[in-house]
Design a protein around this ligand. Structure first.
Ligand SMILES: N[C@@H](CCC(=O)N[C@@H](CS)C(=O)NCC(=O)O)C(=O)O
Length: 244
């Protein structure tokens, strides 16, 4: 059965964490809002979100449809897909460990979003620019080091080696960490200028994911949308500070 991914068209956003897993696995999937035709397009996503008859309606995208099952939330989707795509540990108990890591990524992504929208998602960036500057300065000084330092430590302390965040094979969390680094390099190039020295294992993981054949070919394809100032990771030069 073809997986259906529902997410806002035009941005990588949170949908990208799911897309990377589907692409790495060579899974059969459709990015519904990027297609046209019956049951496709952004209208099809709203039809589910606003349905008054569908069971288990999601609160927000991304969500995944697999047959009659609709699954919301990035970490939850990846918990579901991981074993099916061969991107989760064989040891079932470790699946909860990587889910914990993915939930930490979810928390971090929310903080990334708040650097440009610290007051309200419903307001324009321009209406909260001064607050965004203050929020970003703290994010760069305190939060990037805390989160990236944590992931670096988890990599260093992996008993199976530091090439992967858990175990000795690729999981969806490795792919999501690649996306975190990519997003931060786009949004905060100055703040990230010294990141290879500070987080060498994370940098090595990022590079190794980029070189995986399916990921490399996805990144070259037009399915990989460029970062832009509508997504989660946004580059506003006035928010980026070199703290190295
Ligand atoms: N925890 C959810 C967050 C979902 C989310 O915030 N989706 C955004 C787009 S990236 C959205 O459309 N939110 C609508 C809203 O919060 O009103 C996840 O990880 O998937």
């Amino acid at each position: 059965m073809t997986y259906e991914l529902y997410y806002w068209d035009g941005i990588q956003g949170r949908g990208e964490f799911v897309r990377l897993a589907l692409e790495e696995a060579g899974a059969d999937y459709i990015d519904i809002t990027r297609q046209s035709g019956h049951g496709r397009g952004t209208g099809a996503m709203f039809a589910i979100l606003q349905s008054d008859s569908e069971a288990h309606i999601p609160f927000a995208p991304p969500f995944l449809r697999d047959g009659d099952l609709i699954i919301p939330h990035v970490a939850n989707i990846l918990l579901y897909l991981g074993p099916k795509l061969g991107l989760a540990p064989g040891d079932e108990r470790l699946r909860y460990v990587i889910n914990g890591l993915q939930l930490t990524i979810t928390d971090f992504v929310a903080e990334v979003h708040d650097t440009h929208h610290p007051i309200a998602t419903s307001l324009y960036y321009e209406d909260q620019k001064e607050e965004a500057k203050a929020r970003s300065a703290d994010f760069i000084k305190e939060r990037i080091p805390k989160f990236l330092g944590y992931f670096e430590r988890v990599l260093r302390q992996n008993p199976d080696g530091s090439k992967h965040i858990t175990g000795d094979t690729l999981t969806y969390v490795d792919l999501s960490l690649f996306q975190i680094v990519e997003g931060l390099l786009y949004a905060f190039p100055k703040a990230m200028s010294n990141y290879r020295n500070k987080y060498p294992l994370l940098a090595a993981l990022h590079d190794s994911v980029a070189q995986r054949p399916n990921i490399a070919s996805y990144l070259r394809s037009d399915r990989r949308l460029p970062f832009n100032t509508d997504g989660i990771f946004r580059h506003y030069p006035e928010l980026d500070i070199d703290m190295s």
